[in-house]
Ligand binder design. Structure first.
Ligand SMILES: [Zn+2]
Length: 285
């Protein structure tokens, strides 16, 4: 999600102990020194670049080294993502989300930790009869949500801010999660992949009309358009705010292995690990 960032795991080095006591104690001293140096380095990087993925993984030289993201701080008891277990889901009696987007798309960004495509200012979405402002969509490789314990190679998040938020209240956000499996090349992804800059921190304008969200939504068969899991959760990146209504579509779209690899190459492994539901309810529509 925009302006919210990423965390990763720590890697601990192991070493072989030597035979002689003298060597052993000097090696212990060296290890303690290395460890202190690492701690200092990680604290410094946090201060300097708190928002960069690489700053959260003190020992990772590259995104590929980071492995799956772990939270640097754990929020409350309504964190995302979660494992969506069909058998635990209750029937969602509320009106269908029935997505209606009126939007254009104006830029593709390489944020380092994700690739993001921005909606034009003034875009609107009507979800569950309420008005939202769609902000952007971005990708996670592999998926953040699991379905019945299964991870998918990619998940797309369409981020929508509620328009009816009371003053000074933190805005409700509805994120539509769409899972991808490997298969046929996806026409919609092809519309913007060439526009994503190779360099982190760069942004490319997209020609008006070149990327059409309809080309994505029309890939969902009508009978599946209102089939989804929903639950109350959080942003999956800092600050992990628990103000998100999650809607994860049950219909899994396809993307070619080359498309998924291209996205993963740009953003690395950027899926946060799954969290407990605690006393939250998971619904299925
Ligand atoms: Zn996301």
């Amino acid at each position: 999600m925009k302006n919210v960032k990423w965390f990763s795991m720590f890697f601990f080095a192991a070493f072989m102990a030597c035979n002689t006591p003298d060597n052993k104690s000097s090696e212990h001293a060296q290890v303690a020194k290395d460890s202190a140096a690492r701690d200092t380095a990680s604290q410094t990087t946090h201060v300097v670049a708190d928002n960069l993925v690489k700053s959260e993984a003190p020992d990772a030289e590259t995104k590929e080294d980071q492995g799956y993201a772990l939270p640097a701080k754990v929020g409350g008891h309504a964190q995302s993502p979660v494992n969506l277990v069909s058998l635990k889901a209750e029937k969602d009696q509320s009106p269908a989300v029935s997505m209606k987007f009126t939007t254009g798309i104006d830029a593709a960004e390489n944020l380092g930790h994700t690739i993001q495509v921005d909606f034009k200012a003034g875009s609107t979405s009507i979800l569950r009869g309420k008005s939202f402002t769609p902000k952007q969509f971005h990708f996670h490789t592999p998926s953040e949500h699991l379905v019945d314990g299964i991870t998918f190679p990619m998940e797309m998040h369409i981020v929508n801010m509620a328009n009816d938020t009371a003053q000074n209240a933190s805005p409700r956000i509805m994120v539509i999660g769409i899972l991808f499996k490997m298969g046929q090349e996806n026409k919609f992804l092809q519309e913007f992949l060439k526009d994503v800059p190779d360099e982190e921190g760069h942004k490319n304008a997209i020609q008006p009309g070149a990327v059409r969200l309809e080309d994505l939504l029309s890939q969902i068969p009508p009978k599946d358009q209102n089939a989804y899991f929903t639950y109350k959760g959080s942003l999956t990146t800092a600050p992990f705010s628990e103000n998100v209504d999650w809607v994860v579509l049950k219909h899994v779209l396809e993307a070619s292995p080359e498309q998924i690899a291209a996205i993963q190459k740009l953003e690395g492994n950027n899926a946060r690990h799954v969290h407990e539901l605690f006393d939250r309810k998971l619904y299925v529509h």
